[in-house]
Write a protein that binds this ligand. Structure first.
Ligand SMILES: [Zn+2]
Length: 653
């Protein structure tokens, strides 16, 4: 049953990466073959040797005699999919370059292969006509060629491809970098880097602008001789002027097979990102079923709604849904899923006894937000009883319901519902927040685009004062980039509102950090205040977002005095860096020291407390409410201005 959540065959620590198929679809001449060749070279530099299945080459060998009817085209694509599946299953890499015009057939290939990355090689028809030295598009447009895809035969572009490459305005190197970033974000390849200098050569449809090897780009045309493509898949050939990825190009993979400086750090937990957000078509189908009232409904708590959002965007990889009983007990007892993978916090869905009584295992259940919006569908697999007292004691180290995390465990229904989820939409968030809600695939893409190989994440639910700024800057000295990642999901009501905090961060970043070194994004997670266990949880989520380092301060994710000051740091000692996959950076309390005349910590300053500037949270709130300035050694004036403004709003009183 734990196989719902852990797939050990994909785990990376041993160095073995799963197989995958990159499926390039697009019109004739859009640049599929060119992209396939450059991608082959880039993957070869990583130690992967992909099989290239070109639609036309396959036609000559596997599918001789097939024509260009829909049925024959589908047969050709199904054969390609079958071979791809065999290679992928054995851990190989496959690149398919085929028009594959029909969505349904590509979706069937996706279902068959599983580890499938669809790349839409997009190019406007006018540009294709311009590139088309043989004039085939022109002929087709004059009605002289039947079954010419995109003109006299349909082409159904992908609705939700993993990657879209616009070959009329993106270079080959840019296209390769996008595909590599996607493969990396899904754990198929090692981390890749793309320095800011992009290649300039555009992805011309191979025809005309390339040497004789791939001279006829128009795959799928009934008029062309299939053999023309037979040598069109020269691997890593740079002789045709196509810029190859590498130091001079755009994509710079880590050296072949070698773990690289940061090795396993920053790979998705469990080996690859699991994004449970459904594609638009599927969402529409589920909504239609909901409108027919064909699904039982269950309301979820704000915390469960946050978990659904994180399951949707991959932040909780490799979880695919809410834990079943074996995983729940293993997590509570051992901080591990039943399959053994490190996992410190139970991600579960509670129901009352009467709610649970109305639901059958095997049923699909609509999960409804506190505002009445359907957020997801639970594919209910197991109903079981929670063990709230042992959960409280093991996870939160207390059974007192004064602890907000424990209170939430007790308030939850006594029955837990386990099973995969299909996420339909994220919970509503204030418009001011939405631009900050990048998912792991997006942050990984950002990091790759900026050429960051090492990224430190900082989790906070407080405004950033000088002490935090100091800590961020010292951490950033050792790595390429900083992900400032405030938590904006459900928190205690006395925490400062998310939009005020975000304005503080913006004010600080604008004046005191180099823009190209920092990404400000938000984590829509609910706080559990589980102290040490939550520190691990926060670290693993940041690993899924692509970070290699994670700052753990004193009393991380603590509340009241339930945890010792250093408990959240010490807990990391129980795990190896390989299983953590992200390096914790431990920090002391920091402050402004008048004797040092600068920021310092107990680690770096020999002076007594009497020369340290410290303000309690209570004193800060008093000053803000009175409209008095905060000392610039404590808070930057730009941040203080935001806080003072907010403190005068009634909501902050
Ligand atoms: Zn000092």
């Amino acid at each position: 049953m734990s196989s719902d959540f852990v797939n050990n065959t994909r785990s990376v620590p041993g160095g073995v990466r799963p197989g995958f198929t990159v499926w390039l679809t697009g019109l004739s001449g859009a640049g599929k073959t060119t992209l396939a060749e450059a991608l082959t070279a880039a993957l070869a530099a990583q130690g992967r040797r992909p099989e290239v299945l070109d639609g036309d080459v396959v036609r000559t060998h596997l599918s001789k005699g097939l024509g260009f009817s829909r049925e024959d085209r589908d047969t050709n694509i199904r054969r390609i999919a079958f071979v791809s599946q065999l290679v992928t299953r054995q851990g190989g890499a496959v690149i398919v370059a085929a028009i594959s015009p029909y969505r349904e057939t590509r979706d069937a290939a996706r279902a068959l292969i599983g580890d499938f990355v669809e790349v839409y090689v997009a190019c406007p028809l006018e540009e294709l006509v311009r590139r088309d030295v043989k004039g085939l598009y022109a002929k087709a447009l004059r009605g002289e060629i039947a079954n010419f895809t995109g003109v006299s035969d349909p082409y159904e572009p992908p609705l939700r491809p993993e990657v879209t490459v616009h070959t009329d305005r993106e270079s080959v190197a840019e296209g390769v970098a996008k595909v590599l970033a996607c493969l990396q974000s899904r754990g198929y390849i090692d981390q890749v880097v793309r320095p800011p200098s992009g290649g300039s050569s555009h992805l011309a449809g191979a025809g005309g602008e390339r040497g004789p090897a791939g001279a006829v780009p128009l795959s799928g045309s009934p008029n062309r001789h299939p053999a023309a493509h037979a040598n069109g898949q020269a691997r890593g050939s740079a002789g045709d002027g196509t810029p190859l990825p590498g130091p001079e190009g755009a994509a710079l993979p880590t050296s072949a097979g070698a773990p690289g400086l940061w090795g396993h750090l920053g790979q998705p937990h469990g080996g690859r990102l699991t994004l449970r957000q459904a594609p638009a078509e599927e969402v529409a189908a589920w909504r239609a079923r909901l409108e027919r009232d064909a699904l039982p409904r269950l309301s979820v708590s704000p915390r469960e709604a946050c978990d659904l959002e994180l399951l949707g965007n991959g932040a909780l990889s490799p979880l695919e849904g809410f834990l079943g009983p074996a995983d729940y007990r293993a997590v509570v007892r051992d901080l591990r899923l039943a399959g053994g993978l490190l996992w410190p916090i139970p991600v579960v869905l509670g129901a009352t006894e009467s709610e649970a009584a109305g639901l059958r295992e095997g049923q699909d259940v609509a999960l409804i937000s506190p505002h009445g919006v359907p957020l997801a569908v639970l594919h209910l697999r197991e109903k079981y009883l929670a063990e709230p007292r042992s959960e409280a004691l093991e996870v939160y180290r207390t059974t007192e319901d004064a602890h907000p995390g424990v209170a939430a465990v007790y308030a939850r229904g006594p029955v837990l519902l386990g099973g995969r989820v299909t996420v339909l939409q994220a919970p509503a968030r204030p418009a001011s927040l939405r631009p900050y809600l990048l998912g792991p695939a997006q942050t990984r893409h950002e990091f790759a685009t900026r050429g960051w190989r090492s990224v430190v994440a900082f989790q906070t639910r407080n405004p950033v004062h000088r002490a935090h700024e100091f800590l961020l800057k010292t951490a950033l000295e050792g790595v390429d980039g900083l992900l400032l990642h405030p938590l904006v999901g459900e928190t205690k009501s006395d925490d400062i509102p998310a939009d005020v905090r975000l304005r503080c961060y913006e004010a600080l970043l604008a004046e005191y950090f180099p823009a190209e070194r920092v990404l400000l994004s938000a984590l829509p997670a609910a706080m559990r205040y589980a102290g040490p266990r939550e520190a691990i949880f926060h670290a693993l989520m940041r690993k899924n977002y692509g970070c290699t380092h994670f700052i753990v301060g004193r009393d991380h994710a603590g509340v009241g005095d339930y945890y010792g000051t250093y408990d959240a740091q010490r807990i990391f000692e129980g795990f190896t860096e390989v299983e953590l996959g992200i390096r914790p950076l431990f920090y002391e309390h920091t402050f402004y020291c008048t004797a040092c005349a600068g920021m310092a910590s107990a680690k770096t300053c020999p002076h007594g407390e009497e020369v340290h500037l410290t303000l309690s949270g209570t004193r800060v709130r008093e000053l803000l409410r009175a409209g008095e300035p905060l000392p610039p050694e404590f808070t930057r004036p730009e941040v203080a201005a935001v806080l003072t403004g907010a403190a005068r709003q009634p909501v902050m009183a």
